[in-house]
Ligand binder design. Structure first.
Ligand code: MV4
Length: 450
């Protein structure tokens, strides 16, 4: 096992990793920018090191400063959390060169999944269903036209180096294809310094269903069920739940087992998420994320498995002790991402938290690093905290969520709490009848203003 873990992150995920370190009895090191001197992760860690000024590129993304912090404190492993350096294969390699463990997958798997064409090719080879489309980069407009005819419109153009919705362009008919290709190419070149593009059949309003996996890199891998993350705005997830309201036990287990088998073949190490679009009872592979995700608590609540603790164990070389039959799903969990944003305009609202009273009680979990009197700095993402609620059934979970949201007090800044108080009273949400377009449609028809 590791002797000391440096947490290369901030906010609620730094705290989440710290909790796992404490339970494992492993000393922890917090790093922070000068904007985060008063942050909770700095207070709760065993040691802390200031690694630079507020901009992330000078602090949380500053690899030499992180290496120096490991050197000074004697940390022999780094947990990257999510975002920042969590999917940077080069960072994982540099740590290995310095004999420091990276708590995440092997660099080759991070790199493989970072290239969306390679990822899709691999998924197909491993037997996962993929969206109809090109099997490699598009060489010419003529090739694109021929492909588009065989796939059928509407067509979605994606960037190989994109992901998370970045660099996507739709062509509804042939005349739109050439202009969409040239703007996609220009944007991809500017944003990723890689203008490789590929085509897919555009699925208009499917659900986003993702499967959580865990592997030990030694041939054992399991799945931990699915999360439905369809409720999103501008590719930012807002509400996640498990199980997916549209799936039954048999469909979940079949897809889960297919994904777990693929991860065994890959000898995947660590936690991962395989993202699918789901439409007309069909799954289509989209991308794989090779990090712990924001919404991992949904899975923890319905499986009682501590994903961060398991992630640390396998990164240290332990074999998976859990087998697929040890994973039992019980009840339902919903996570609400509470952001420091105006709930109508979504403008960021950093500043001082004048009152803070999180909800509690049976089945209620709040993952947050803020406290009464804390000032949210303007430099980073706007997540204030995550409210995760569990119930024996989806109905009980919603009932408890309504109560917990009404109990939650955050004053001094705008938050998205009012959005969730409205959502839990919407018929489609109560019925689980929504897809990836639902939230933006709701906001566009003035769902919050009414
Ligand atoms: C798609 C799609 C429809 N058809 N691909 C968005 C994020 C990135 N992972 C891929 N995304 C999509 N890919 C095809 N062929 C629709 C989306 C998409 C989306 C996916 C999941 C959750 C929310 C979304 C919102 C808009 C578009």
């Amino acid at each position: 096992m590791f002797d000391k873990i440096l947490i290369a992150n901030r906010g609620e995920i730094a705290l989440r990793v710290l909790r796992a370190c404490k339970e494992l009895g492993i000393p922890s090191v917090a790093v922070h920018s000068t904007a985060d001197e008063d942050a909770m992760h700095v207070r709760l860690a065993d040691e802390s090191v200031c690694i630079g000024p507020p901009p992330a590129r000078d602090s949380y993304l500053n690899i030499p400063a992180l290496l120096a912090a490991c050197e000074i404190t004697g940390a022999d492993a780094v947990h990257p959390g999510y975002g920042f350096l969590s999917e940077n294969a080069r960072f994982a390699e540099i740590l290995a060169d310095h004999n420091i463990g990276f708590i995440g997958p092997r660099p080759a798997h991070i790199r493989l999944m970072g290239d969306k064409i390679e990822a899709k090719r691999t998924a197909k080879r491993l037997g996962l269903p993929v969206i109809p489309g090109s099997e490699s980069g598009i060489a010419s407009d003529q090739e694109a036209t021929e492909l588009a005819h065989s796939i059928g419109f509407p067509i979605l153009i994606k960037a190989a180096a994109g992901g998370g919705g970045r660099g996507m362009h739709v062509a509804h008919r042939l005349e739109e294809l050439a202009p969409a290709l040239s703007s996609a190419r220009a944007q991809a070149k500017a944003a990723f310094a890689d203008d490789t593009l590929y085509l897919e059949k555009y699925l208009v309003c499917p659900r986003h269903v993702e499967i959580q996996v865990l592997g030990d890199g030694q041939g054992s891998a399991i799945h931990l069920g699915e999360r439905d993350c369809s409720l999103q705005r501008r590719y930012q997830k807002v509400w996640e739940e498990g199980r997916c309201p549209a799936l039954n036990e048999a469909a979940r287990n079949a897809m889960g087992e297919t994904v777990a088998q693929a991860m065994r073949e890959l000898q995947y190490l660590g936690v991962g998420t395989v993202e699918f679009l789901y439409e007309n009872a069909q799954f289509y592979f989209m991308e794989m994320n090779t990090r712990i995700q924001v919404e991992h608590p949904v899975t923890e609540m319905i499986t009682d498995i501590d994903l961060v603790l398991e992630q640390i164990r396998v990164a240290a070389g332990s074999q998976l002790e859990l087998t697929q039959s040890d994973v039992k799903f019980h009840g339902h969990a919903i996570e609400c991402r509470i952001n420091a944003e105006n709930p109508v305009s979504f403008h960021p609202s950093p500043g001082k938290i004048a009152q803070y009273h999180p909800p509690g009680g049976l089945g209620v979990r709040v993952d947050s690093a803020v406290y009464h009197g804390y000032s949210i700095p303007p430099y980073y993402d706007s997540l204030v905290g995550k409210l995760i609620v569990h119930g024996k059934t989806r109905g009980e979970c919603l009932m408890r969520l309504r109560r917990a949201l009404d109990e939650f007090v955050i004053e001094g800044i705008d938050t998205t709490l009012p959005l969730f108080r409205a959502l839990v009273r919407e018929k489609d949400i109560i019925d689980g009848d929504y897809h990836i377009c639902w939230l933006e449609d709701f906001l566009a028809r003035g769902g919050m203003a009414n």
